[in-house]
Write a protein that binds this ligand. Structure first.
Ligand code: B12
Ligand code: SF4
Ligand code: SF4
Length: 388
């Protein structure tokens, strides 16, 4: 414990240094008050753009985002950290190969939530033990906190047209984390510029039209219901038919609007071993994944963010990617999966088979129709046979 009384500037500087020692490549400190974006957030929810992510729309959750003091009474300051997770594709030809799936970079190894939260709690404990008594809470993604707004208030970067928080000269492949504390500290200057300029590469590149550009107030807007990240991770039910052909081979999450962003030329490989791609997650064979059992799923994705989609969600996504590949090579695996125990999987497999002009597809679809009991799957099979 330090013996002399530290000034707020000294305390903030020590927190920044300690956070960097803990591996956080970015750290900033911001005053906390009511959000400047509360109205924009409520409008976004009002328009239904959050889709089925009900946790974003709960009345108490909206109120907490409007004012973090509702979330943690007495909150005065936010320590905001960034952790870089970028790693280049091990095999650069994989993304363009439609027989292989693309897993978003953030999900190629361990789940960042646990790793970052643990470190943030350790940082808060250290502040308590070494600097001054504080009360507060750490958040990584799952709390009712507008993390990107706090990050730009803490000087880390700007909220870009693709809605990501970009750090100048460092890019956007950074996770964010926040500790809300009940003490006054010395603060970083907010980041107030928009460095997107006239660029709109992300809006043009988004295959599903989820990015809507900036509104009249300058807020970047996204219709999450159309975002591949939402469709492959958050959505529990069927993927809308009109969006399936636009998803290509993205089977879990999506990085397209980051891949095309010129600021990500500055991305450097993450120092965290936990974010290096696990074997088989960098361009996996779609055919192999299509017949994955529950046991294989549980073993392969232990500690991975992919567990969130559950086996049925992942196989739904893989079926869509196989349909987009459209190769007869995929038919045997799809025919097996047409008898999967999950209706969600069977229905998307039926859609995929309908996109592969092959006699074996028609025979399998007709045979399944004779025994299929789920009304939605029957409708998918009929649509596929009609399109034949
Ligand atoms: C819900 C959610 C999603 C949803 C919706 C995404 C979205 N753009 O809203 C879905 C499932 C689609 C998603 C996808 C992804 N996500 Co996400 N997601 C979240 C979550 C939990 C909440 C975001 C939210 O509240 N959205 C609602 C919108 C309205 O809020 P907002 O994006 O913050 O937008 C603000 C602006 O509109 C702003 N605003 C209002 N007026 C004005 C005016 C001006 C001038 C400006 C500049 C701004 C502004 O106000 C809003 C509120 O502050 C956050 C964690 C968190 N608690 O913040 C992670 C988070 C945003 N996600 C993250 C990541 C990594 C991803 C993916 C890259 C994962 C992937 N590879 O698939 C993709 C990226 C897709 C994309 N382009 O956004 C990171 C982003 C890190 C970063 N550097 O920005 C976060 C911060 C998680 C974390 N802790 O690291 N995500
Ligand atoms: S993550 Fe993909 S689908 Fe979502 S907005 Fe970006 S490019 Fe579009
Ligand atoms: S691609 Fe261009 S417009 Fe989109 S976030 Fe990057 S700099 Fe901004």
């Amino acid at each position: 414990m330090t013996t002399h009384v530290l000034s707020p500037e000294e305390i903030s500087e020590r927190i920044r240094t300690r956070a960097r020692e803990m591996g956080f490549g970015a750290v900033g400190i911001a005053p906390v008050g009511p959000s400047a974006h509360g109205e924009a957030y409520a409008r976004w929810i009002g328009e239904g753009m959050h889709g089925e992510m009900a946790y974003l729309a709960r009345e108490d959750a909206v109120a907490k985002r409007r004012d973090p003091a509702v979330l943690v009474p007495g909150t005065r300051s936010a320590v905001v950290v960034g952790l870089e997770y970028f790693n280049a594709d091990a095999d650069p030809s994989a993304p363009a190969d439609p027989s292989r799936g693309i897993v978003a970079r953030y999900a190629r190894n361990l789940d960042y939530h646990d790793l970052m939260k643990e470190r943030l709690i350790a940082l808060q404990d250290w502040i308590n033990a070494e600097l001054l008594p504080v009360r507060g809470r750490a958040y990584v993604d799952t709390g009712a906190v507008l993390e990107r707004e706090l990050a730009s208030r803490a000087g880390l970067g700007w909220q870009a047209r693709n809605t990501m928080l970009i750090q100048p000269g460092r890019g956007s492949y950074w996770f964010l984390g926040v500790i809300l504390l009940d003490v006054e500290l010395a603060y970083d200057a907010p980041f107030e510029q928009d460095r997107c300029g006239t660029c709109s590469a992300c809006v043009r590149a988004c295959p599903t039209g989820a990015l809507l550009g900036r509104d009249e107030t300058g807020a970047p807007r996204m219709d999450a219901r159309r975002c591949i990240s939402y469709l492959t991770i958050e959505l529990r039910g069927p993927i809308p038919r009109d969006l399936r052909p636009r998803m290509g081979n993205r089977v879990y999450g999506c990085d397209i609007c980051q891949e095309v962003c010129p600021w990500n030329r500055f991305a450097t490989p993450s120092a965290e071993e936990a974010f290096l791609a696990r074997e088989g997650l960098d361009g996996p064979s779609l055919i192999e994944w299509m017949t994955m059992t529950q046991e294989e799923f549980s073993a392969r994705f232990k500690g991975s963010p992919i567990k969130r989609a559950k086996r049925r969600g992942l196989l739904r996504n893989v079926a869509v990617a196989l349909g987009n590949w459209g190769s007869p090579e995929a038919v045997p695996a799809l025919v097996v999966a047409l008898s999967d125990e999950e209706p969600l999987v069977r229905g998307h497999v039926a859609w995929a088979l309908g996109r592969i002009p092959d006699e074996r597809s028609v025979v399998a679809l007709r045979a399944r129709l004779l025994v299929e009991e789920d009304a939605w799957v029957v409708a998918e099979i009929n649509s596929s046979l009609d399109e034949d």
